[in-house]
Write a protein of this length. Structure first.
Length: 243
């Protein structure tokens, strides 16, 4: 007996012994839907997206108003599309996020995930709007501030982007990518080389395997005339990027 079949067997065995009772049938379906959802989450954790997709789909079939299952299935489809630019998978993911939001209009994570798909599709204004809605519904959503900052860069709102990176870092002090992105704007836009250096150093300290931190700092060190330091950072960035 597989893990999944065992869970479903015990879920059914635990039900009341009156299969003709509509209330009991509904309870059974809800229990099985919940178990399928949890199995899907576990499969996604192991990057087994095909299994996860089947589990979330079963959960939705049994509980059509299961907003979290639509959201997770959208993430699963996004995982299947990762690195392949599978337009159909992205379109299906978008549809799942739309449904999750329709079922739960305050679902911050679904807005964020939909924004990620729009960002991939280069619908930057749509992504900006969704990241903003994610923040409205969860003002402590650090990654949403970070991604909205990226969208503000596309709009040439550099001060606004720095504000969002500041907020992301305030909410999550170990946010390496936010430090690196903020440092890049300090260097390129504000010409604050000292501030940029501090942000790149912090980014690398927090995440020594983040190649962009080294790459950005290499460019800065070239500007500062530190050729040896720049070359060392560039070698490290290339090493990490090609692992």
């Amino acid at each position: 007996m597989t893990i999944r079949s065992a869970i479903l067997f015990f879920a059914l065995a635990a039900a009341a012994p009156a299969p003709s009772a509509r209330g009991d049938d509904a309870t059974n379906q809800l229990t099985i839907a919940t178990n399928s959802f949890n199995l899907g989450v576990a499969a996604m954790h192991h990057r087994n997206f095909d299994t996860a997709l089947a589990e979330f789909t079963l959960a939705i079939e049994l509980k059509p108003d299961y907003a979290a299952a639509f959201n997770q299935r959208g993430q699963c489809r996004g995982g299947l599309a990762h690195g392949t630019n599978d337009l159909a998978a992205l379109t299906n993911a978008l549809a799942d996020y739309n449904q999750a939001i329709q079922l739960d209009p305050g679902y911050a994570e679904a807005y964020f995930n939909r924004g990620i798909v729009k960002q991939i599709q280069e619908d930057y204004d749509g992504a900006f709007a969704d990241f903003s809605l994610a923040i409205t519904n969860n003002p402590r959503f650090a990654v949403a501030y970070y991604n909205r900052g990226l969208m503000k860069v596309t709009q040439h709102d550099f001060d606004g982007a720095i504000d969002d990176y500041d907020r992301a870092i305030l909410l999550r002090a170990d946010f390496s990518m936010a430090y690196a992105s903020r440092g890049l704007l300090k260097e390129k836009v504000n010409k604050d080389l000292t501030g940029a250096q501090a942000d790149f150093d912090k980014s690398i300290q927090l995440r020594p395997d983040y190649y962009l931190g080294y790459q950005y700092r290499a460019n800065l060190r070239h500007l500062q005339g530190d050729t040896n330091g720049a070359d060392a950072d560039l070698r490290k960035a290339q090493e990490l990027q090609h692992r």
